[in-house]
Each structure stands twice: as structure tokens, then as C-alpha cells.
Design a binder for this molecule. Structure first.
Ligand code: FRU
Length: 528
């Protein structure tokens, strides 16, 4: 993935035409057609992973992998955006620029309340960013040690940053993929803990001051999916719904190897003793039986990490992911900007046999931005029912909530349709006990062979007779949360015209639905 940067000539060929193009083109039509209403996308150019997210005095800070001069991945910076409600984002000046140690790859940020780093004071705690320096010149020279970990600090709440003059704080031990530090304060053990992706395992490090780090342990050999490189790990403690107990969870993004192709995020559940993460035996057994544990089964949710310093009333963590896939992120059909983030989600655990599963739901702020569009009081629907087909209707900013009681041997399909013949369908197939999301019927999907190559699927894991369904649609994305978030599927879509028709069908029998409601999601912020 990082190969195109190695040769400055190739870099020039890649970047210069983009620059010239971006100055000439009029992107008004593209803005209208594709600019997300309420998902973060940069005004210009390329983004990937969310980085360094933290919450401080009413403001959410989102940094991100950013190439300010091109809509194609290149020398990475940390872009920056802020929000007061996780819906309306304001882009800020670039936070971190490449330096002599390399470009700025993914990482995290923490609020150092006790001023353990000494960069600030207790009254004005420093925000400390921990990131990977990627030295492309070193990589070109054939070094193996081109990824190191560095830190920077901010004394003005995350708007401007100073690099630490003792960087790097973790040297490379001779391993090519050595990146994406995610740090948290381990309160029980009174130290900082870092999860770092190292080829296809995770190294844990500990520190008292964010400057000196000691390696604690290695996790992951022979555990989980290894068909790609491991990236962007995060260790966190999560509450178990309906119980006072908590478990430790390790998120690990992997590229490729996702359940529906390309990049995705797997997770592990177990215990953390202050130096070692041990997977629960029952969880390990499920993994060995090929039970899939993915944060999201859709193709477009990668590198999710959580906000530091965000106290959730129930102890949940709030995460955001990159809403794209390395299979085609460079080819998606926008020119002025490329790629966007998922909505913020909150995560916790639910019991699953003798172990647990991770559950992911929209962070509730989004509900404050909705207004009722249509509600059905009936509970039985015909096998082919048009739910909305009004002239002038625009279904590109909606929240749909419902509960389906599935019958045997049925396929339930929600279908969105545009006047240009774009079709996007999703639903549940009770014969195969699986959810599906199909973008093969869109008019714009030939920009990559991998984009609509297959119907995305996820096997249902919940055993209840009802399936709660929540769907969030923006101009170029659909986020599906089934069974209260026990199964999530997130995907981009690109349509020739906005959807204006929604229908529901089953293969044979009438459809039993409770609480079918559609809300409009308010879109005051066009992020221009
Ligand atoms: C994940 C990733 C990270 C890396 C960054 C580079 O998408 O490959 O491992 O730090 O992107 O932009």
C-alpha cells in the first residue's frame, strides 16, 4: 500500500496531475451528488484512519490520516476536525506535519490529567499524541526499521502541537510493520498502556510518563484471523449489558482478510492483568470453530478506535471508523475529496453462549437531529409493499427503525430505488439465517471490480424471535444495525440520483413488522 511513495518520480506523476486537476475542476455537481450530510468528510483531498480522538470540555476532537495535496494516499499528516455533537464537524488547520523522522501515520492522543509527561501542569494538562513516524527514505534504502513511535503535545486543547525533542520514544526492533500506537491510562495498575500492531500480532508496552516505554507482552500468534497485516489495535474494558461485570476487549483491524473482502476489524474478548491480555478459553474455542467475531461485517468500516477522556454513563466506549475499504478507497468516484468516516457508535458486550459478543449502536446524539417522517401503525405488510414513493421525496438522509418477526424460509428485502434506476437492497434471509446488503444494482459501481463484486453477508447470531433493525442512510452510505447492534453492516454506495422510493418485500408470506418508523436526519451542516 505504501509503495507508490518510495519513488519521488512516481510520487510526482501521481500527485501533480491531481493538484492541477483539483484547481481546474468545478465540483458543484459532485458536492450535490456525493457530499455526505452528517458524516465527516474533508473539504479537500484524501483521508483514511481516524486518529488521536479525545473529548475535552465539551468538544470532540477527531484527527485523521490526511494527504493535504492530493486525493490519493501519500505523505501522511494528521488532519483535524472538531464537533460539539458528533454530527456537525468543523475542519481545523492541520495538526501534525511530516518531519525528519518521517510522515505521520496513525496513532492516538490522551489527556494527561496528572501531567505525568511533564509537558504541562495539573491546571493545564497536556494532550499527548502518540503516533508512528514512517520514514519513506529509510524504506527506499531497504531498511527494516522505518517505523518508530513518537509523541507530540498540545497545551491549547489540541489545536496546536509541539513535537517532543526526544523522539522517537520507541525505536524499531527490526520489524517492517510496527505501527499505530493506541494508548490508555490503566487506572488499576496506575500506568499508561499502549497496544501496537506489529506485523500480525500486537505488542503491549507500559509507561509511567509517556516518554519511556517498556515492552510488556505479545498477543495474537495463532489466534484469530491472520490473512493480512494487523493494524490499529485498541485494548479497552467494556461493560456487559444487563450485568455489573466488565470484560477486556482487543480490537484489531486487518487488511486484507475481512468477512466480505478487503479490510475489516476483528475483536478478542478476555482479561488484562496489567501486562498480558489473555483470551477467555470459551472465546478461544469459538474462534477455533470459525465463529466470526467482527466489529462490522460490511465492507466499509476500518480502523475504528475510541475517544480518550470520554466518560460514558454506562461505561461504554464511543468509536468512529474509516468508512472505506483499502480494496477500492483510491477509486471511489469523488475527486475533490476521497473517503469519509462512519457515524460515532457506542460499543458494549452481550452474553453469547458461554462467552460474549460485541454490540455496536449509533451514538445517541444522532437521534437529537431527527424528525419524524412517516410512521406505520399496522403490523402486517403484503409481500410487496411500497412504503414511500412520493414525488420529490429524497431518501438520502433517513433513519429507519423497525422490528421484524421472521418466518421460516423467507427472504425479507428492503429496497431503495432512484429515478435513474439505482437499486440498493438489504435485509434478512431466514433460510440461511443471514443478513445481506446488496449494491450490485447501483448505476455507479464499475469504478472497481471489488466494489459490487458480491452481496455482503453476515450470519445472524442472536436467538430471539424478533430482529430489531436500525438503518442510517446518508447520501453515499448505509449503516445497518441488526439485533440491537449484535450484527452491523456498513457500506458506501454511489447512486446516479437520490433514492426516492422505498419498498419492502418477502418471498412468499405476509410480513410481520412492529414499530416501522422513518425519521429524517437534519442536515444543516453541509461541511463546505
Ligand atoms: C491503516 C493504515 C495504518 C497506517 C495508516 C497509514 O489503514 O495502514 O496501519 O498507520 O493506515 O496511512
Amino acid at each position: 500500500m505504501f509503495a507508490q511513495l518510495r519513488n519521488p518520480f512516481i510520487l510526482g506523476i501521481l500527485v501533480l496531475p491531481q493538484l492541477m486537476l483539483s484547481q481546474k475542476m468545478d465540483y458543484t455537481q459532485e458536492e450535490k451528488q456525493f457530499r455526505p450530510h452528517f458524516h465527516f468528510s474533508p473539504k479537500n483531498n484524501w483521508i483514511n484512519d481516524p486518529n488521536g480522538m479525545f473529548y475535552w470540555e465539551g468538544t470532540y476532537h477527531l484527527y485523521f490520516q490526511y494527504h493535504p495535496f492530493s486525493n490519493i494516499w501519500g505523505p501522511m499528516h494528521w488532519g483535524h476536525a472538531t464537533s460539539e455533537d458528533l454530527i456537525h464537524w468543523k475542519e481545523q488547520p492541520i495538526a501534525l506535519f511530516p518531519d525528519k523522522l518521517g510522515t505521520i501515520f496513525s496513532g492516538s492522543a490522551v489527556v494527561d490529567h496528572q501531567n505525568t509527561s511533564g509537558f504541562g501542569s495539573i491546571e493545564n494538562p497536556p494532550i499527548v499524541a502518540i503516533y508512528t513516524n514512517h520514514d519513506h527514505d529509510g524504506e527506499d534504502r531497504g531498511n527494516r526499521t522505518y517505523e518508530t513511535q513518537s509523541i507530540a503535545y498540545s497545551l491549547d486543547k489540541g489545536y496546536s502541537w509541539m513535537k517532543y525533542d526526544g523522539n522517537p520514544v520507541i525505536a524499531n526492533p527490526g520489524i517492517k510493520d510496527f505501527r499505530d500506537p493506541k494508548v490508555f491510562w490503566d487506572n488499576k495498575n496506575q500506568k499508561w498502556v499502549m497496544a501496537l500492531a506489529v506485523k500480525d500480532v500486537v505488542y503491549f508496552y507500559g509507561s509511567s510518563n509517556l516518554k519511556q516505554w517498556e515492552k510488556l507482552s505479545t498477543f495474537g500468534k495463532d489466534m484469530g484471523n491472520h490473512s493480512g497485516v494487523w493494524e490499529c489495535p485498541e485494548l479497552m474494558e467494556l461493560p456487559i449489558a444487563g450485568s455489573p461485570n466488565k470484560k477486556w476487549v482487543l480490537l484489531v483491524s486487518i487488511n486484507p482478510g475481512g468477512p466480505n473482502g478487503g479490510s475489516a476489524t476483528q475483536y478478542f474478548i478476555g482479561d488484562w492483568d496489567g501486562s498480558t491480555f489473555t483470551v477467555d478459553p470459551n472465546f478461544a474455542q469459538q474462534i477455533s470453530q470459525k465463529q466470526d467475531f467482527w466489529l462490522d461485517f460490511g465492507k466499509d468500516n476500518y480502523a475504528s478506535v475510541s475517544f480518550d477522556n470520554l466518560e460514558h454513563p454506562d461505561g461504554k466506549r464511543v468509536i468512529i471508523g474509516w468508512m472505506s475499504n483499502w480494496e477500492y478507497a483510491r477509486e471511489v468516484p469523488t475527486q475533490q475529496w476521497k473517503n469519509q468516516m462512519t457515524i460515532a457508535r457506542e460499543i458494549d458486550l452481550v452474553p453469547f453462549g458461554k462467552t460474549f459478543r460485541l454490540r455496536v449502536k449509533p451514538e445517541p446524539s444522532i437521534y437529537k437531529n431527527t424528525k419524524l417522517k412517516k410512521k406505520w401503525n399496522q403490523t402486517t405488510f403484503d409481500t410487496k409493499t411500497v412504503l414511500i414513493a412520493e414525488n420529490g421525496t429524497n431518501l438520502s438522509n433517513i433513519l429507519l427503525k423497525s422490528t421484524l418477526t421472521p418466518k421460516e424460509n423467507e427472504r425479507y428485502t428492503f429496497q431503495l430505488e432512484s429515478p435513474e434506476g439505482d437499486l440498493l437492497t438489504f435485509g434478512y434471509d431466514s433460510t440461511s439465517r443471514s443478513f445481506f446488503l446488496d449494491r450490485t444494482g447501483l448505476q455507479i459501481n464499475s469504478f472497481s471490480d471489488d466494489f459490487a463484486a458480491q452481496i455482503q453477508k453476515a450470519t445472524r447470531t442472536a436467538l430471539t424471535s424478533n430482529i430489531p433493525i436500525e438503518v442510517i442512510i446518508d447520501k453515499t452510505s448505509v449503516e445497518l444495525f441488526f439485533d440491537d447492534g449484535e450484527t452491523a453492516l456498513t457500506a458506501l454506495y454511489f447512486a446516479k440520483a437520490p433514492f426516492n422510493k422505498l419498498s419492502l418485500s418477502s418471498t412468499t408470506d405476509k410480513i410481520n413488522l412492529d414499530d416501522l418508523t422513518i425519521f429524517e436526519i437534519a442536515t444543516p451542516n453541509e461541511q463546505k
